[in-house]
Design a protein around this ligand. Structure first.
Ligand code: HEM
Ligand SMILES: *[C@@H]1O[C@H](CO)[C@@H](O)[C@H](O)[C@H]1NC(C)=O
Ligand SMILES: *[C@@H]1O[C@H](CO)[C@@H](O)[C@H](O)[C@H]1NC(C)=O
Ligand SMILES: *[C@@H]1O[C@H](CO)[C@@H](O)[C@H](O)[C@H]1NC(C)=O
Length: 180
């Protein structure tokens, strides 16, 4: 993989390198944790090369609904860690609800490193039936920057209706998932 990055980066280094790094993190580190090794083998075979005759479009139901599964993996706490991976004494952990639209905390409070260390050290929130979304996302979304807090769960469902998606039951039958 490193050799591949090196070779391609000789051609257009500043454009390709971040792109490949993102692909590697997504395919090698992230996706197997999300869908598991068996589904990886079955649905996502090894990347071979660019192929211009493959249609890259995705289903409306995936783009608008399924891909938002990630909202269920977000923690209510945004950790900020020092170089020893302990809570930063000057810039402590934040509540997610107080973290929206505050780039100043990135620029003036130790840069991006304290946030990245938090992402490295702690796993995602586990999806559970009783806590799909943390309340920071459904009762306190963007609270600090708007008159009324937003609600990500409602936005997600309403957006599905905007896009004319079929209901949950119908999708599950279509994609052969267990029906409730
Ligand atoms: C703190 C983290 C996050 C916040 C606050 C957030 C918030 C939002 C908001 C407000 C929208 C637009 C809702 C609407 O009006 O329809 C949205 C859309 C979306 N989110 Fe997130 N999100 C977060 C993380 C994630 C993650 C981790 C994933 C997936 C792994 C994800 C996937 C999506 C997708 C696919 C859309 C639809 C994008 C589109 O079609 O334009 N989000 N999110
Ligand atoms: C590219 O994709 C098309 C359509 O899936 C396939 O028929 C073809 O064999 C692929 N070409 C290469 C070089 O893999
Ligand atoms: C990080 O914080 C811990 C706990 O407060 C402290 O013991 C440690 O010395 C700090 N590390 C650095 C590099 O500042
Ligand atoms: C956001 O609002 C909460 C509650 O009113 C407040 O405690 C917090 O300091 C605010 N955060 C920012 C960054 O304005």
């Amino acid at each position: 993989m490193i050799i591949l990055i090196f070779h391609v980066s000789l051609l257009v280094p500043e454009f390709v390198l971040p792109l490949l790094t993102t692909q590697i993190i997504t395919y090698r580190d992230y996706l197997p944790k999300i869908i598991g090794p068996r589904a990886m083998r079955k649905y996502l075979p090894k990347y071979r090369s660019y192929n211009s005759s493959i249609d890259p479009s995705i289903k409306n139901a995936f783009a608008t609904a399924a891909f938002r599964f990630g909202h269920g993996t977000i923690h209510a706490i945004v950790p900020r860690l020092n170089e020893s991976y302990k809570e930063h004494h000057k810039f402590p952990n934040l509540l997610l609800r107080n973290s929206f639209f505050i780039p100043g905390k990135l620029i003036y409070q130790g840069g991006i490193d304290p946030f990245l260390r938090g992402l490295i050290k702690y796993p995602n929130k586990l999806m559970k039936q009783d806590i799909v979304l943390v309340s920071d996302l459904y009762d306190h979304l963007f609270e600090n920057v708007s008159q009324v807090a937003d609600d990500l769960a409602s936005l997600n469902m309403q957006r599905g209706r905007d896009h004319g998606l079929p209901g949950n039951g119908e999708c599950k039958v279509k994609y052969e998932v267990m029906q409730f």
